[in-house]
Design a protein around this ligand. Sequence first.
Ligand code: CUA
Length: 155
Amino acid sequence: MKMHRFEEIWLIFAVIIIIGSMVVTGYQTFALGMGPPSHKETIDPQKVDQTAPFDNPGVFENGENEYDVVMTLEAFNFNPGDIEVPVGSTVTFIMTSKDVVHGMQIVDTNVNAMILPGHIQTISQTFNEPGEYLVLCNEYCGVGHQLMSTTITVK
Ligand code: CUA
């Protein structure tokens, strides 16, 4: 059986697109390290309170204008909440969940992370503009989900 000529051309074209996409995605994932983090840093979600650094959540000065925030999320709290840092600070948030999947979004920034039990999520943000930044949970986590928020004050 002879295949129609246009059918052949489009078939070859489609295979080239598929292979091309796989090559580009593979290059970005493995050569550029852009793959989603997985199994990099894990934690026993039952023992968050006993596992460093989450046994001592808080804001820690780490250098000039550099802070680490060790944060645990649970229904329906960010711990610590009501964080204050000076203008120009670079803050690295090191987070995990003690129960279910939560979100951590800082309004007016690009910070928007999913916080999963059993995983440690790390994300940095520099705060150059003073103000009060709203921090929201943006993953539905239960009846109190809409109440799960806090603030970061930059001054
Ligand atoms: Cu935590 Cu929604």
